[in-house]
Design a protein. Sequence first.
Length: 201
Amino acid sequence: MKKGLAGFLVLTALSLYTWTWTYDAYERTVQASIASIGTRDGKGAIEAIRTYRESHASYLIRNVRYLERFDKRLRYHEGVAYLLLGDDRAAEDALREAAKSPERDIAARAFYDLAFPALNRNDLEGAKNHLAKALELKPSDVSTKVNLELLLQRIKAQGAGKGKGEKGQEGQQQPAQSDLWRLDIPKNDGSSNSGSRRSYR
């Protein structure tokens, strides 16, 4: 009986130590990537995440099913970093993985940021679908609501302007992508919500 209890206590202590070690390394990686993204240093963020993934400390997060949310958060950070670097293909790969997160907030943000690469290649329908999914997951997000509405207006204007060159029905120049995509839309609390520059733990 005493041996069984002692064994249980040892296993519990080892498990707690392993998780503490794992999470501490994860948290340091998150802090490093947030700091890099905050200064628009995409390479720094990607390097911090890559170093962590190659370490033994990432084993549990990469392989234990119920810890997958931590891995998806890192994938989101990778996606944001690749967007900063202008590598849309790598950004989409990372963000698609992040969009599978069991956490609705992370998944919604990943779908929101997936609209950027779609817009860059003028895939308005693809961008619309990503934003619609983001809004479905997080209906209260102001940035998503406003940008989806602006995008729908652009799609409508583009359809109305077919056969009339680059002019709309009233001879107005259609909005440029930079006019369409408003990155800095204030939240209800007065803070800034700036698209692909967002980072989450």
